[in-house]
Design a protein around this ligand. Structure first.
Ligand code: FVH
Length: 306
């Protein structure tokens, strides 16, 4: 019985000793992050340029401060930035003493901006991690949705705050180069953009068909895209080995020929093919270079970036 009581007291102490978090930026994403940390019992200090956005969080237990300098000065744990863009980070923290502080920037940035922001923070005596959020606000604080955040930069800093960082979404460290989280983030968002372009074209194709069940079509579309997304693994293996014909089941020459059927159908349905043609042009070029027996990996080099 004595042991049980001690154990319960121990649990109690633990639950009230969560790492304090300071959060600058209470837009849609910042507010979702704030709610997740509050729900998990982390003491939270918040600041937002437009102070009214902090009021509901104050009612839920957050401490609000009047300005970013006050928030930073009071911070004893991670200072998380979730602002509109890199320029707003510079504006919000301009002239503020960051010496000895742990700065974690979840604002979407380019890899170059993230690297530059890391140098900027370190020049001011701060430790720095950059993050790229792979989630939308309703996914925050709900692990079952599969949202996560890429982190890169100071690995020791990531480990120090790992528990707090894992509260809003999964925490995935992708390297000590501070630009790597943004690189992963932007690469995945770019792939998503291509996918949305394909979905847009598909709905335009079936658009005039009055008797088509769009909900059923959407299910088929999502399942097909899911099945085809496995091609990423094959491309990665070929790019690693340099053997672009290894294990090819659907070669480029066949796909380029099928593209003519895709374009003819777009024409018949009076659909503008502009979302597809740049990629088809790349495939045609690779075939014209004599690589019709390859899969899609050879097209990567045509875009540069090597
Ligand atoms: N929302 C989403 O779906 C995406 C999911 C993936 C990651 N993004 C990135 O997260 C950053 C914040 O996004 P957000 O959704 O919170 O954006 P907004 O609701 O527009 O809020 C923007 C906040 O930034 C503040 N702000 C803007 N400029 C300044 C400035 N010069 N100085 C200080 N703060 C600034 C703004 O303040 P206010 O307008 O309320 O006064 C908001 O707090 C973003 O990088 C996304 O790409 C979200």
């Amino acid at each position: 019985m004595v042991w049980v009581c001690t154990s319960l007291i121990g649990m109690d102490i633990h639950s009230t000793s969560k790492n304090p978090v300071t959060l600058l930026g209470l837009g849609d994403m910042g507010t979702a992050l704030a709610r997740a940390w509050l729900a998990a019992g982390h003491p939270l200090t918040v600041w937002n340029r437009t102070p009214e956005k902090a009021e509901p969080l104050a009612g839920q237990g957050a401490r609000t401060v009047a300005g970013p300098a006050e928030a930073v000065a009071a911070a004893t744990g991670p200072i998380v930035l979730c602002l509109l863009d890199d320029a707003s980070v510079g504006e919000a923290l301009d002239g503020i003493d960051l010496h000895g502080k742990d700065v974690i920037n979840l604002t979407t940035s380019t890899p170059a901006q993230a690297q530059q922001r890391a140098r900027w923070a370190e020049d001011r005596g701060a430790r720095f991690l950059d993050g790229g959020i792979m989630a939308i606000p309703p996914m925050i604080g709900r692990p079952e949705t599969g949202g996560y955040i890429f982190y890169s930069g100071d690995h020791a800093l990531f480990e120090r705050h790992r528990e707090a960082l894992a509260v809003p979404a999964g925490a995935e460290f992708v390297g000590e180069d501070p630009g790597h989280a943004a690189l992963h983030d932007i690469a995945l968002l770019s792939a998503m953009t291509g996918m949305f372009a394909g979905i847009t074209h598909a709905f335009a194709l079936v658009g005039p068909e009055k008797d088509l069940d769009r909900a059923r079509f959407a299910t088929l579309l999502a399942e097909w895209l899911g099945a085809m997304s496995g091609a990423a693994h094959g491309m990665a293996a070929q790019l690693e080995s340099g053997g672009y014909t290894e294990g090819v089941t659907s070669n480029l020459a066949m796909m380029a020929a099928a593209n003519d059927t895709l374009l003819a159908t777009a024409r018949d349905q009076s659909v503008d093919p502009r979302l597809l043609t740049p990629y088809m042009e790349l495939m045609r070029l690779r075939v014209a270079q004599g690589h019709g027996d390859e899969g899609l990996a050879g097209a990567v080099g045509l875009l540069g970036g090597e």
